[in-house]
Design a protein around this ligand. Sequence first.
Ligand code: NDP
Ligand code: 8X3
Length: 251
Amino acid sequence: MTASRTALITGATSGFGAATARRFVAAGWRVIITGRRAERLQALADELGAAHAHAACFDVRDATAMQAALGALPADFAGIDLLVNNAGLAQGTLPAQRASLTDWQTMIDTNVTALVTLTRHVLPALIERRGAIINISSTAANYPYTGGNVYGGTKAFVSQFSLGLRSDLHGTGVRVTTLEPGMAETEFTLVRTHGDQAASDALYGGAHPMTAQDIADTIYWIATLPPHLNINRLEMMPVSQSFAGFQIARE
Ligand code: NDP
Ligand code: 8X3
């Protein structure tokens, strides 16, 4: 892909999305950045400059607002070459039998329903421009852990949906990748714990987690590979993170 292309990056008010927007603009791309927190979104748009960034402030769960934002794109930003489906979250760490149904619904609405809705809207333009989709899944899609229940389920959906898209888009030239990161320090844990900064600090402290910049650089690498190459799925972790064994309950 050449410079002067346009990426739609959801969830750009924080973490991976903000770093990815900066990474692509640094390479000359235009970015459409989204999120609910208007002040943060506007601050990033101002930082990146009006020629390179268009801020579209909406809740991805609001399908009407999503469609309105897509319909209101300025001409320079209307041709989308890359969709980075990044907006998402975990809510709660409790086992299923004690988890909040509200948290579960929020994760399903955001990580699954909104992602497929936006993808469906943008697909015709992506096909026209032989563009690309990068869906942000998680290692939680591949490895279960206690308290990961619905979050892991939503991310498994994202990974499988990405493979399905790849199959459906056969012959169109559109590339589809699912990126499955492990632990990276962002606002993710603060959000997951409903604002517990100490819990977030305790998780990342001394662990050398991945950074949002690591993820942004990887997304940029995937997007700028030669157009005949498709990374189907890419799982990445910090060196400090690996796998644990099965649990056994004894009588
Ligand atoms: P952050 O919490 O830092 O960023 C999440 C972004 O998603 C924010 O910009 C937030 O914007 C946006 N978002 C969440 N809900 C909505 C909504 N309803 N409408 C619009 N935007 C929304 O977390 P990360 O950067 O870490 O997370 C980005 C993605 O990466 C998520 O899909 C997450 O599941 C995934 N991931 C994260 C990992 C990690 O360890 N950090 C590892 C693997 C995957 P706002 O609140 O302003 O709306
Ligand atoms: C975030 C990674 O391990 O917290 O998707 O689920 S994890």
